[in-house]
Design a protein around this ligand. Structure first.
Ligand SMILES: [Zn+2]
Length: 686
């Protein structure tokens, strides 16, 4: 749509932005060819919001900024459909599809092989109706019982694939469009992953997620859910806009700005119908959204009128239904898979069952929280669901079918792959194998990290080579890398003698590293370069880091209880310690950092921090005092050397004054630290 020029530059900018945003939506949703990056869309939308905030008289209901409005005050109003939203008769196999074509041919007194049908996949979502007056969206409603639905206009307006204003300059006075609101597999997985991370409720399937989102009273919630709309029917339109066929009407909807199915096809006769259903059955696996069948319609609208309705279903349409994607079966056992980063995932071993044409014998249970949420036990009968390429999921437990004897599902104490301890740190959702350097499940990933540029920086040791070395079992721990000989390496396919020599030379160079690099290279969960550096600054030498208690680790700047837990459990695992010893044995070395010789002017002193500090966090202040030899305590006594009091310091400050303990403010502390700290040389510049 092109923006009309006016004399007012503000109005010009508003209409240009609106036209650009509408065009971007159209290109993204209808043509499936995004024209601008998301960030650019967001920038233009923000700019429009800014101008509209300054010029509220220019805000119109169809502005892209008005997608999220206020919730309806008294719940959803009833909406009576002007044309009933009927359901279709179902066909479950080829015979029933052929019978449909035969009936149509008989009624129209035409050779059934000459009749054209418009076919499309049947989306598994929620049917809704949208009413446009003079091109503007005025009402959106659910199907309800077909006669009366719920007015959910505010929620439907939040869907970017629903045009608030139709495209084009000449528009019908009235248009009622029907279509399906659905959620893609990728959107659904993302939504549930986020819910799992937050520890909130997950949706059983994309359809439930779409329904739950649309029926939220607050449009902000619907706006945050990845809902999409696909149009499939014109229920009402001015006569002048009528077309001779359904497929031509669908093209008209596309021109007006609606997304229609990209799979839509016009076929001829019963053979064409059967062929389309077969094709969709095969396509189903590859689509990023759920379909539960195909909708087959007589394409000629005059023929549709002639055929009319029988009881409450049209004679000119049929829904071909695929076999169900949900089935019930029994959990026979639960085993734990160890991922490449050590994460343990519970997998239900099922009584094998056919779901949507595929034999399913395993389903993921995600994590222990999910097992608790489902209240699943070994021996339970469960509803499983398989859709597309998504791993089969357990939807729910059939409690009525629970046998007397069921077994609780428990996280093993030892990694099923390597026998190292399994740890779940703090309130993290995932449990992990703590044998990061040793565990075969984590081997390739650990070696790739170990060799990476910011770790040991082993030039020439790429992903493919690591895979080859691990698969031949020439390398099982990082130390084995340093035992590789050029002669043997040259036996590898596509490895010339020269490359083998080069690799051995670069391994030789990588032997000499720095302690922070070495610690980072160990691949301890959540220990990046900054944390590795902080550990070395704090403790100075490897042995002290390896022996540090959780409490001692928590005193290091920026290390919280969870990271401290990961570090502690890593070094507590004997397998990891052995691997580290082995690495030192094969000649890994680094310059010692001279922390031990650094002065500890506060040795023997106890300090107390209270109130809110501004320049430093409490943890930083604590870490810096500890580095100077002080002990930092939580309570003030006669033995306290000094109290650092920030903003809003309370009873501790009072007590210090009573006891005559020295009190200093934050600035004095900073000066004091500045005088006494001299940073040790930790790492050579890269
Ligand atoms: Zn393991």
């Amino acid at each position: 749509m092109c923006a009309k020029k006016s004399a007012d530059p503000v109005i010009d900018e508003i209409s240009t932005l609106r036209a650009q945003l509408e065009e971007a939506n159209y290109r993204y949703y209808v043509e499936d060819a995004p024209s601008i990056p998301d960030a650019e869309y967001d920038r233009m939308l923000r700019r429009l919001q800014e101008i509209e905030a300054e010029h509220p008289d220019q805000v119109t209901a169809d502005s892209p900024t008005q997608r999220v409005g206020a919730p309806p005050a008294e719940g959803f109003p009833e909406v009576r459909h002007a044309v009933a939203m009927l359901s279709l008769d179902n066909a479950f196999d080829e015979q029933e599809v052929r019978a449909f074509a035969r009936r149509v041919g008989e009624r129209l007194e035409t050779d059934e092989q000459a009749i054209t049908f418009c076919c499309e996949p049947k989306l598994d979502g929620l049917a809704v109706s949208l009413v446009y007056e003079n091109g503007l969206l005025v009402q959106g409603a659910t199907r309800g019982d077909g006669r009366t639905g719920e007015g959910i206009t505010a929620n439907l307006r939040t869907l970017r694939s629903i045009p608030l204003r139709l495209r084009g300059d000449h528009l019908p006075a009235l248009l009622e469009v029907r279509g399906e609101v659905y959620m893609s597999h990728s959107g659904f997985e993302k939504l549930n992953d986020e819910a799992r991370t937050r520890g909130s409720k997950v949706f059983a399937n994309p359809r439930n997620a779409a329904a739950g989102s649309l029926r939220q009273l607050d449009p902000n919630i619907a706006a945050a859910r990845p809902l999409e709309f696909c149009a499939y029917q014109v229920a009402r339109i001015d006569d002048e806009w009528l077309k001779p066929s359904h497929s031509a009407l669908m093209q008209q909807l596309r021109d007006m700005g609606f997304r229609t199915s990209p799979e839509i096809d016009v076929v001829t006769g019963a053979d064409g119908l059967v062929d389309f259903c077969d094709r969709m059955g095969r396509r189903r696996e590859r689509l990023d959204y759920d379909i539960d069948g195909a909708v087959l319609k007589v394409d000629d609208l005059r023929a549709q009128r002639e055929l009319g309705f029988v009881s409450r279903a049209p004679r000119w349409a049929m829904a071909f239904k695929f076999p169900a994607q949900e089935q019930t079966t029994i959990i026979r056992d639960v085993t734990f898979q160890v991922g490449r980063t050590g994460r343990l995932t519970p997998v239900a071993r099922l009584e094998p069952v056919q779901v949507a044409g595929v034999m399913v014998s395993n389903a993921t249970l995600h994590n222990m929280d999910e097992i608790e949420r489902l209240d699943a036990r070994i021996g339970d009968t469960v509803v499983i669901r398989r859709a597309g390429d998504v791993i089969p999921q357990i939807v729910s437990v059939v409690m009525d079918a629970r046998p007397e004897e069921v077994h609780a599902i428990e996280m093993p104490e030892q990694c099923p792959v390597c026998g190292s301890r399994v740890e779940r740190i703090g309130d993290e959702v995932d449990a992990r194998c703590s044998g990061g350097l040793f565990c075969p499940a984590q081997r390739k990933e650990a070696l790739k990290h170990f060799a990476s540029r910011r770790a040991l920086d082993i030039d020439g040791l790429g992903t493919k080579l690591i895979d080859a070395l691990v698969e031949r079992e020439w390398v099982t721990t990082p130390a084995d890398l340093f035992r590789l000989e050029a002669e043997r390496l040259a036996e590898l396919p596509r490895m010339a003698q020269k490359s083998a020599d080069n690799l051995v030379a670069s391994l030789e160079r990588s032997r000499h590293t720095t302690l922070p690099r070495f610690i980072y290279a160990l691949g301890i969960t959540e220990v990046g370069e900054a944390t590795a550096n902080a550990l070395v600054l704090h403790f100075g030498e490897l042995q002290r880091i390896m022996d540090a208690s959780r409490e001692a680790l928590e005193t290091v700047a920026d290390i919280g209880p969870i990271v401290a837990g990961h570090i502690h459990s890593f070094f507590a695992e004997a397998h990891n310690r052995e691997t580290i010893e082995d690495l030192i044995r094969v000649g890994i070395d680094w310059e010692e950092v001279e922390v031990g010789e650094r002065e500890q002017p506060l040795a023997g002193q106890t300090w107390v921090l209270t109130g809110t500090l501004e320049a430093l966090t409490r943890d930083e202040a604590k870490a810096r005092l500890v580095a100077l030899g002080a002990k930092v305590s939580g309570s003030v006594s006669k033995k306290t050397h000094a109290v650092v009091a920030g903003e809003a310091a309370g009873s501790k400050l009072e007590k210090a004054r009573q006891l005559g303990v020295e009190v200093m403010d934050e600035q004095t502390l900073l000066n004091f630290l500045g005088q006494h700290e001299s940073a040790p040389s930790s790492e050579k510049a890269p």
